[in-house]
Every structure is written in C-alpha cells, then in structure tokens.
Design a protein. Structure first.
Lengths: 344, 281
C-alpha cells in the first residue's frame, strides 16, 4: 500500500475528529517527567516523541486485573462468563510494543483460544509510531523490534513537520478516510523517513553480543552457570521486572465475593514468576523456592522457552525491566552478554 | 487476528456437577463422586485431571480417580490441604461444584496393550493411579501382568483400603504393600516403596512402569526401574504442579519450557532427559 503524509497540525485535527466521533483513544501522556498510556480527552495531551512508557500498552489487552466470571451462590451456584470488549484506539504504540502484542496474540490463540484476550484484541485499533528517541536501557535492534512492517492498523513516522503514515490494514485505511488532509508520500518524504530511522538505530546504547536466533543455544549451555546465583543474589523478589514487561502474560486466578456472600467474581491478575510463591503447591511444596531458580526461569522464558514455543522472542528489548529493577539485575541483554562472555 | 472469535467460548467457565456420594477414606482424605447436571460424561483418559471450583473460594487442579470405564459419574479423591480442598470437604451430598476439563495428556493406555504393567504408588499417588488400575482391571484381557507396589507412611495412613483389598483378592493382580513406619498391627513389609522391588521378578523388555507419588520419591523409583532393566521411555510418571488455568496460559505449572497442563502431567523419563527438564525431578 502507498504511504501517506499528514502534517503535525492536521494530525491533531485528525485525533480531535476521532474524539468528537466518540472514539475512545488510549494514548501516551506526560506524567511527572515520565510517560504513561492513558485515556485521551484532547489531541494536545498526546505525546508521540516519548522514549518509553512506564507500563506497556498491552495492559489494555491483558489488564492487570480482569473479571473472567460472575457468580451467584445464593441457592445453587450459577456462573456466567465475562467477556468485555469495547472498541478503542491504542494510539502511539512503539514497534517493540507492537511486537510484544503480536506475541500475546500468538500465546492466547495457540492451542486454546482465550476469548477474553482475543475479544479485547479484536476491538483494538493499533496506531503505531516509530521510536526515534530510544530509552538508554533499550536494545530493540538486537531483538529485531526496532521497526515493524505489520501488527498495526496505521504506523506513523515523524519526519520533522509531518508524519509519514504506513497503512497496515483495511481498518487503518478506513480510519484514514476520515482524514481528508493526507497526501501521497513523495520519494523525498519516504527518504526522510528512512534517514530518521537510521538515525534512531545509531542511538541505542545496549546491544546483544549473541545473534537473536542463537539465544536458545546459548542458554541451553548455561543452565549450571554460577552467574545465575551471582546475578540473583541482589534480587528483592519484588516482581517489578515482570509487572512492567510487555511480553509477560502469566496470571493468577482468584475469587472475590461481595460482603453479602452471594455475588462475586472470578478474576485473573498479572502474576510474576519472580515472586516467591509462584511455583508453590498446596501442602507446602515450592518448585522454585530460591531466587536463583526464579531468576533463571525468567531469563529462560525471555531467551529460550517462549521462542521455542511460539517462534517469537519472549523479550522485545524495551528495557522497562532494567529501568524498574532496584537491584539493577533485570536486563536480559546484560545477563545474556555475561553468559556469552562466560561460554567463550 | 484471523481466528473467528464469534464461535469462541470462555475457557474459564466451568460445567456444573453435583456431588452424588462422599466416602471418607482417611482423616484428611475423601472420595467424591460427581455427576454433571446435563448428564454428560466427563470423557477422560486415565491420568488426566480437572479443575474443580467452589465459587467464592477458588479453583484447584485435581487428578481424576475413577476409570473412564465407570459410566455416568466420575470420582475425585481429595486430601484437604488448601482453601479449595478444605471447602470441598465441608460440602455434603447434593451440593454442586464447577468442573473444567478433563485436561492433560493422561497415560498412554494404547501403548500398554499386551504389555506387563508395574505400577508404583506412594501415599496419595494412589488416587490418580486408581483411574489407571481400574481401567486395566476392567479391560484385563488387553494387558499382561498387573503388579502394584503401594507404599504408605503408616498402616493407619493406607489409602483406599477397600480398593486395595478388592485388588488383593483378584487372581490376576499382584499387589505388594509396604509402610514406612510399622506398628504392632502391621505384619507386612516395612520400608520405602522401593523396598518392594526386591520382591518382584519382571521381564523388562515387556514392562511399562508407571509411578505416582510425592516428588521426593521419583528419583529413587526411577533408579530401581532402571536396575530392573526397564528402558527410560517405558518409565512413566505423573508430575503434579499447580495447574491454575489448565489451558496452557497462566504459567504456574511450567517445568522448564513445558506446560504440564498441556504436555503432561504424564512424562516418560526418556522425555525428561531428552528435553532437559531439569526442574522435573
């Protein structure tokens, strides 16, 4: 499909037109010197030159807490499924987060269709924006997530006074029809887009020493490395690395009952394999009761298990975990590079 | 997003089942029989599990204790150790619960055809194994010898005593029992379940070994099976983890890269070695 161009000023008009039509837009806003996804009320709030958000946009597809069932236990227990999906636009998603959503799509549609996730996903329109201002902890080029040519409905690239818009779906094309000010992108504008992308690639400060496809092999040899214990020694088992991760999708399931002891809901919430009781079983056993095995498990999911299972890496290199970790041990790139150094 | 979601049902909605009988097995163990309200069969294989719900308390994976040859109802033998299992123990006949499943791979009963079977149970490992034992007993002519080694902590903690006695008197079932700690009432073998291996003779090339018990038991039992000459691909075990969702999503049951609720809970020792499931044993 041909690419379009829209001036920055007209993009704001476009956003406000969508809002006035009643579209729900979730976009990136400034928040106390950081950036966070949130509900947009006016185009002026939208920030598109951010480096990274505190929490990933995937939280709007796999919420931190979500009802699965409503039940009533007054007489005989009755339960009904809760599947919530209201159409909304996820605006300003970086390519690494788009790739993370693609992984969740695969995970929740492989073997058993998770209707809760998939319905919400189907209701979401994704408007991406190229990340031209990478976070210092990010290593997206190593994970092949710095750019993407799919997984979005529209994708914007900032070329100075305007955006080049790539159309990724019919839904995206239809959306753009409501925006009459777009022009066909010229060769010059497309060239500028490429230059901006190249410039961004030069700004990443962290890189993997191992080619992405060799990560499983590297980890295959590293199970007994003493580095796991050394690295995890400082771990606080707080789970922050997991809570900010766009590709972590493990969850806990709990029941909540109203004070009347009649109505209640079963919900799932994000859970973390770095928390002490993640692998605990009834009767007191815990299959990962030390932080070394929990730390190693997380790194194996990032670099091996997920990739072998779903054909996509379990880490997109966004660097959020490294930013969130108080012990400064959470970066998969740093860990894999140490393993690589050791295995040489 | 190419999958058609309009057909999609919730993975997490249980079917309603009624408790049709409750039998006390021991101090903390009961055997529950369930029937689905819609009278449908569970349709399971020996060695599979279900997720049982007590709404307001939670959901819990439990191995199925009855053989699929038992029609119209299924059974779960449950030890009261956590919130859900204790809540279940407080329920009476006629109460309803939620059931999802069956889940998991189950035992490869088709591969067992014509083979001698050596079953090794430790403690309440007998609960899941009972589904397989009764399946074999009910299809007796399809299999070779049936040897059951069962270990309990004490004579008072022998599980499913009626069932053990039923198997004991069957001519074509060889049941050997041991207890870890003997007392004046116990005239049988004393020692861990592995003690019983010296009392049996088998033809290893024609034998499948199946073991279910506490995690600590497995490596000793595997060692004894190997000493008997049983090949690793015919040493099978059920690895129990906290399968919270049962559908390969939540991550709680993972052993290395494997989801126990999908690819397990039954694994051969050969598979554990081949896939480097270092967290398995």
């Amino acid at each position: 499909m041909t690419e379009k161009v829209l001036s920055k000023q007209n993009l704001n008009i476009f956003i406000n037109t969508l809002l006035s039509r009643g579209e729900e837009i979730v976009g990136v806003k400034k928040k106390e010197g950081k950036y966070a996804f949130g509900k947009i009320a006016d185009a002026e709030e939208v920030c598109l030159d951010y480096d990274i958000t505190l929490l990933p946009p995937s939280m709007y597809l796999l919420p931190q807490r979500e009802a699965l069932l409503k039940f009533n236990i007054a007489e005989r227990p009755v339960a009904s499924p809760v599947i919530e999906a209201n159409p909304f636009i996820l605006f300003g998603v970086h390519p690494y987060d788009i790739k993370a959503i693609e992984l969740l799509d695969t995970a929740f549609s492989t073997d058993n269709l998770d209707t809760n996730y998939l319905s919400r996903r189907e209701a979401a329109t994704i408007i991406g924006v190229d990340c031209l201002n990478p976070n210092p902890n990010a290593f997206c080029p190593s994970m092949d997530t710095a750019f993407t040519d799919k997984g979005y409905d529209l994708l914007l690239t900032d070329i100075g006074d305007s955006y080049v818009i790539a159309i990724g779906s019919e839904r995206g094309q239809a959306l753009l029809k409501g925006c009459p000010d777009t022009q066909e992108a010229t060769q010059v504008e497309l060239k500028r887009k490429e230059e901006e992308r190249q410039k961004a690639l030069g700004q990443y400060k962290v890189a993997l020493d191992t080619p992405l496809e060799k990560l499983p092999q590297l980890l295959d040899k590293s199970w007994n490395s003493s580095l796991w214990e050394e690295r995890s020694e400082a771990c606080l088992s707080c789970g922050s690395c997991v809570m900010v991760c766009p590709t972590c999708f493990c969850f806990d399931v709990q029941d909540d009952i109203e004070l009347d002891l009649v109505e209640g809901e079963r919900y799932r919430q994000k859970d973390a394999c770095m928390l002490v009781d993640f692998a605990a079983v009834a009767g007191g056993g815990n299959f990962r009761d030390d932080k070394t095995s929990r730390y190693r498990h997380r790194m194996y999911r990032k670099g091996k298990y997920i990739m072998e299972r779903f054909g996509k890496p379990g880490c997109v290199g966004c660097g959020r975990c490294a930013s969130a970790c108080l012990a400064e041990i959470a970066s998969p790139a740093e860990t894999f590079n140490l393993m690589r150094g050791e295995s040489k | 997003m190419t999958k058609n979601l309009s057909e999609g049902k919730s993975l997490y909605l249980p079917r309603v089942a009624e408790i049709t009988s409750i039998e006390t097995i021991a101090q903390k163990e009961k055997l529950f029989e369930f029937k689905f309200q819609d009278s449908k069969e569970l349709g399971h294989k020996p060695g599979q599990f279900v997720e049982i719900s007590i709404f307001g308390i939670g959901e819990m994976p439990i191995s199925i204790s009855s053989s699929p040859t038992k029609k119209g109802a299924f059974e779960l033998a449950v030890r009261a150790v956590g919130d859900v299992t204790n809540a279940l123990h407080r329920l009476s006949k006629g109460a309803t619960v939620g059931i999802r499943g069956p889940f998991g791979n189950g035992f490869p009963v088709d591969e067992f055809t014509g083979k001698d079977l050596l079953f090794i149970a430790g403690g309440i490992g007998l609960f899941p194994l009972r589904s397989l034992i009764n399946y074999v007993v009910d299809n007796r002519k399809n299999f070779g010898r049936l040897i059951i080694l069962s270990g309990s902590k004490t004579a008072d903690e022998r599980m499913l005593v009626n069932e053990l006695e039923r198997w004991q008197v069957m001519e074509d079932v060889e049941l050997l029992e041991t207890v870890d700690i003997g007392n004046e009432k116990w005239g049988g073998t004393i020692g861990p379940v592995t003690t019983l291996f010296s009392q049996i003779e088998i033809i290893p090339q024609n034998t499948f070994a199946v073991t279910v018990g506490p995690p600590v038991m497995y490596k000793f039992v595997i060692g004894e099976c190997q000493k008997k000459g049983i090949p690793d691909e015919r040493i099978l075990m059920s690895l129990e983890r906290r399968m919270k969702c049962g559908v390969g999503k939540c991550g709680h049951c993972q052993i290395n890269g494997v989801y126990v609720c999908q690819e397990g809970p039954v694994f051969s020792y050969a598979r554990i070695k081949k896939d480097k499931l270092t967290e398995a044993l």
